[in-house]
Design a protein around this ligand. Structure first.
Ligand code: V47
Length: 365
């Protein structure tokens, strides 16, 4: 193996990986420019197995997108609509409760809920939605509202992020998902999402949530106009934020889907880029416990292979995924737990059904 890694020019990084030493920006550059995906995957798998052994996690979850009305209208997004647009929608609290009620016979452990930055839904709506979900399904964990939405909710209330989070927690919020991070680089934000919260503020809100005792996730939307250097800057910013507050649970690379977006002249990501990016994230984010291969965006077949390239989590059963499907995703909108278990087993890993906070619910070995 050493000879093989030498040939790939990765023997120095191998030494660091086996010694659990932190990788530098130069190491990251070397990995992105290395064409040998198997050598990179081998290194990422060392870290993956050190942290998570042979386990591959999944969760029984339900996605709800309360509204696609959005004032940000980012160029990479096919989901957001201006108010008044024919395809704009907003779910009432009763609609949302009904969606939860409709699936009471399924063992759903998490509700993942995000939406656009709505210009006029009042703060009370968000509180009632959280309370309504808990009323119908009291034990479910609600993972909702990206840091971008949290900033918006705080501005509606004209109060601090901490105070806003406290009120949301009292209404039933359990943790924050990782969306809205995109790529932190101001160059990318100016060109793709100029109205969105700046990257440093996204990070500050995630860290405030950690200090308030919430766990959160982090994402990076890659495969559009960002450079490898900007991906590494993004990963480095997450790594140092995690050094300070330690509340990130999982990193989820989000593969750009161009259809129906203002960037539809770009092509989507390739399988090699998807795997490489996951593997480099695993190697670089040495302080993140979990890396998710989000099957909705990269397909269940590649997600299965990703379990040997650094990923230890396949996300969940989902149902009704909208954001990626509006942007042309050809994957299913839901996957059964039996299928997830089969995919994981065939990848040579042990399927572990988890809670949002990674408590083990069932091991299927
Ligand atoms: O915030 C928008 C991204 C995110 C596109 O925290 C796009 O566990 C690709 O954040 N192509 C929503 N990506 C999804 C998300 C997520 C998903 C699963 C699990 C978790 C978690 C988080 O999707 C958005 C945005 O960053 N996005 N448009 C697109 N065309």
């Amino acid at each position: 193996m050493i000879d093989y890694l030498k040939q790939a020019g990765l023997v120095d990084i191998y030494a660091k990986v086996t010694a659990a030493e932190r990788l530098t920006r130069d190491d990251g550059r070397k990995l992105y420019s290395c064409p040998d995906i198997l050598a990179i995957g081998y290194l990422a798998n060392i870290v993956r197995e050190r942290l998570n052994g042979d386990k591959a996690y999944f969760i029984y979850n339900q996605h709800i997108n309360y509204s696609n009305v959005c004032t940000n209208l980012c160029k990479f997004c096919a989901f957001g609509r201006e108010k008044g647009d024919d395809l704009a929608y907003e779910l009432s609290v009763d609609d949302i409760k009904q969606k939860v009620r409709d699936r009471l016979d399924e063992p759903i452990k998490e509700i993942h809920m995000v939406g656009g930055i709505h210009p006029d839904l009042p703060f009370e709506y968000y509180i009632e939605v959280l309370r309504g979900i808990k009323e119908v399904r009291p034990n479910v964990h609600i993972q909702a509202f990206t840091c971008v939405e949290i900033a918006h909710l705080a501005s509606l209330q004209q109060t601090s992020i901490s105070q806003t989070l406290t009120v949301l927690r009292e209404a039933g919020l359990g943790s924050l998902p990782g969306g809205g991070a995109e790529v932190f680089s101001p160059r990318i934000r100016e060109r793709t999402c100029e109205h969105k919260l700046p990257g440093n503020q996204w990070l500050e809100i995630a860290q405030t949530a950690h200090r308030e005792g919430f766990h959160t996730n982090a994402t990076m939307l890659y495969g559009h106009i960002e450079t490898h250097e900007e991906r590494l800057e993004h990963l480095e910013a997450l790594r140092s934020a995690q050094d300070q507050t330690g509340g990130f649970l999982a990193f989820i690379p989000l593969a750009f889907h161009p259809k129906n977006t203002a960037l539809d002249s770009l092509s989507g990501t390739t399988g090699i880029d998807d795997l490489k990016n996951l593997a480099i994230a695993r190697l670089y984010l040495d302080n993140f416990p979990h890396i998710k291969a989000y099957w909705v965006m990269i397909g269940s077949k590649l997600a299965q292979i990703a379990l040997s390239f650094g990923a230890d989590d396949m996300d969940g059963t989902i149902k009704e995924e909208v954001i990626t499907h509006m942007a042309g995703a050809e994957t299913d909108q839901a996957i059964g737990s039996a299928t997830l278990i089969r995919l994981i087993k065939e990848a040579g890993r042990i399927p572990v059904e988890r809670s949002t906070l990674y408590d083990v619910i069932a091991t299927h070995d």
